[in-house]
Write a protein that binds this ligand. Structure first.
Ligand SMILES: NC(=O)c1ccc[n+]([C@@H]2O[C@H](COP(=O)([O-])OP(=O)(O)OC[C@H]3O[C@@H](n4cnc5c(N)ncnc54)[C@H](OP(=O)(O)O)[C@@H]3O)[C@@H](O)[C@H]2O)c1
Length: 271
C-alpha cells in the first residue's frame, strides 16, 4: 500500500521520486524499490522520520507497536503522521509516538491500482494546509471521504475497507455457477466481471436507486423474478447485513486490542 501511494503520487506528478523516502527493513526489497522508482531508501525508520514533512505508517498491525516504540519522541510538532494501519486508533498512534498531529485512514485494496475508496479523519492538531496535503495524497489512491469522528472509521472498515472481500466472494460464486451451467471458466470469468463492471458504472451514471434498476429488468414471470425469488429465500440481504455488522464489531474490538478468539465467541453468542 505504501508503494501504491508513492507510485500514485509520482505518476500524478504531485511528488518527485527524490522527495520520497521509504524505510524498509529488508535489503532486497529496498534495492527493488530504489531501482524501480528511483526513490530514497533507508533501513532506519528514525532517519526517515526525522527529515520528512509527512510520515506515512504502512506496516502490518502486528508490527505497529515495535515501529511506534522505535519512533517515540523523534517527531517535531509541525510534522504530520498519516496511518493506514487497519484498526490502529488515533490515540494508540499518538501515545506511541508522543505526537499529536495524526491522520488516520481506512483505504481498501483497489487503492493499489488507484481505484480505492479511503475514509479518513484527523486530530485537531493537524493544520488546514496539512489536511489539504493529506487529501491530495489520498486522491493518489482513488476516491477519499473525510469524516469528523473516528467512530465512522470502524463503520467504513466494515463497508468500504472490507467491502472488496464481499464483492470477490459474490464474483467467485457467480463464476462457479456459470461453470456449473457449462461455460469454460475463462468465459465464465469474463461474463461475470464485465457484467459487474458494467452494472456498477450504469448504477453510478444513471443515479437511479438500485431497486429501480432491478425492477426495470424484472419482467412478470421472467428470469430475474425467478432468480430474485431464490436470492430472497436464501436471505441474501440478511446474510450481507450480518456480515457487515460482524466486520464492524471486529474492527471495534481490534481497536480495543481484543484477540480474534474472544470476538468470535461474542459473535457466536449473538447469532
Ligand atoms: N493491502 C490493502 O489493500 C490494505 C487495505 C486497507 C488497509 N491496509 C493496511 O495497510 C497496511 C500495510 O498493508 P500492506 O498490505 O501494504 O502490507 P505489506 O505489503 O506487508 O507492507 C508492509 C511493509 O512494512 C514493512 N515493514 C515490516 N516491518 C517494518 C518495520 N519494523 N519498519 C519499517 N517497515 C517495516 C514490510 O517490509 P517487509 O516486506 O520486508 O516485511 C512491508 O514492506 C496494513 O496495516 C494494513 O492493515 C492495507
Amino acid at each position: 500500500m505504501g508503494e501504491a501511494m508513492a507510485q500514485g503520487l509520482m505518476s500524478k506528478k504531485l511528488l518527485s521520486s527524490k522527495s520520497i523516502t521509504v524505510a524498509e527493513p529488508r535489503q532486497e526489497r529496498r534495492k527493488e524499490l530504489e531501482q524501480k522508482h528511483r526513490i530514497n531508501v533507508t533501513a532506519n525508520n528514525r532517519e526517515a522520520a526525522q527529515t520528512c514533512k509527512i510520515l506515512v505508517l504502512s506496516v502490518k498491525p502486528q508490527d505497529l507497536d515495535g515501529v511506534l516504540a522505535g519512533l517515540k519522541g523523534v517527531l517535531q510538532p509541525d510534522q504530520m503522521v498519516m496511518s493506514i494501519v487497519a484498526g490502529a486508533r488515533v490515540s494508540t498512534i499518538s501515545r506511541g509516538l508522543a505526537h499529536s498531529a495524526i491522520v488516520r485512514v481506512m483505504p481498501n485494496t483497489p487503492a493499489q491500482i488507484g481505484e480505492g475508496m479511503s475514509v479518513w479523519t484527523a486530530t485537531p492538531s493537524v493544520r488546514k494546509d496539512q489536511l489539504n496535503q493529506a487529501r491530495i495524497i489520498l486522491q493518489a489512491l482513488g476516491e477519499e471521504l473525510y469524516v469528523n469522528d473516528e467512530k465512522f472509521l470502524d463503520m467504513a472498515t466494515a463497508v468500504s475497507g472490507t467491502g472488496p472481500t464481499y464483492v470477490f466472494l459474490v464474483m467467485e460464486a457467480m463464476v462457479d455457477a456459470a461453470v456449473h451451467l457449462g461455460f469454460p471458466r475463462h468465459v465464465a470469468y469474463r461474463l461475470v466481471t464485465e457484467t459487474m463492471r458494467g452494472s456498477i458504472i450504469y448504477a453510478i451514471k444513471s443515479g437511479k436507486h438500485p431497486a429501480e434498476l432491478r425492477n426495470m429488468v424484472t419482467s412478470p414471470g421472467g428470469t430475474s423474478a425467478a432468480a430474485l425469488y431464490q436470492l430472497e429465500k436464501g436471505s441474501l440481504r440478511t446474510v450481507l447485513s450480518k456480515a457487515i455488522w460482524a466486520a464492524y464489531e471486529r474492527s471495534k474490538s481490534l481497536g480495543e486490542g481484543k484477540s480474534p478468539s474472544s470476538d468470535i465467541n461474542d459473535i457466536n453468542k449473538a447469532i
